[in-house]
Design a protein around this ligand. Sequence first.
Ligand code: MF3
Ligand code: CO
Length: 254
Amino acid sequence: MFLNKSMIKTLQQIEIQKQGGIILGKGLSAVMAAAKPGVSTLALDDIFVTTVRSLGGEPAFLGYKGYPKSICTSINDEVVHGIPGKRRLKEGDLFSLDGGLRYKGLCTDMARTMGIGKISASAQKLLSVTQTALALGVAVAKAGNTIGDIGFAIKNYVEKNGFSVVRSLVGHGIGTEVHEEPQVPNFGKKGQGKTLTAGMVLAIEPMVNIGQFQVNFSQDGWTITTKDGTLSAHFEDTIAITKKDPQILTKLAL
Ligand code: MF3
Ligand code: CO
């Protein structure tokens, strides 16, 4: 059978990803509602799995390249890919969660960062800058613009605010696989890179550090931390390029 591995998805495929994106958003929303001091990241992983399975979805990260859990839980200086376990959230933590979902054979990918209880003013600023950076990247994800336009919009805004974007991890196309072509870096030059066309579905995901952009890859083979120990935040949405405005497929909803 012919499998459509093309970067261009059909309207039917995008409609399925939109339905999946709603299930994923419900899964992440349930995790966010439960993310309180004293809760273990493993308990949050369970909440995600239970929620999305009850809605007909399947966690896409579970078993992906050997990944052992269904969400990534990255705290404070952890950038991404923290593995849920016994660690419990505590007051003042900066908590990033990232989830992937497979629904009717197609994937969506989404991440949010939140404060646990009261967080510092600098952590609060990091949250808002990273969320706005994602919004600015999405805003230029239009047919006729390029991949470089997305990265430029993100990096330019982040650096104007005195923070840095992680270079060694990038956004990506997404469809039958979690990671597909093209790569979507959070840095770039206006007008450079592949031209965006209607039907591309992209996961745009700025990872922003308060300090330097360099990261460490930890012993567990997954967790990525900032090299200088400063806080990091991560926001990600799956979007479809259309002939008009970009369509955000992943939505938070309880
Ligand atoms: N959202 C993550 C990314 O795009 C996917 C992590 S897959 C996992 O890099 F299996 F490693 F969790
Ligand atoms: Co991703």
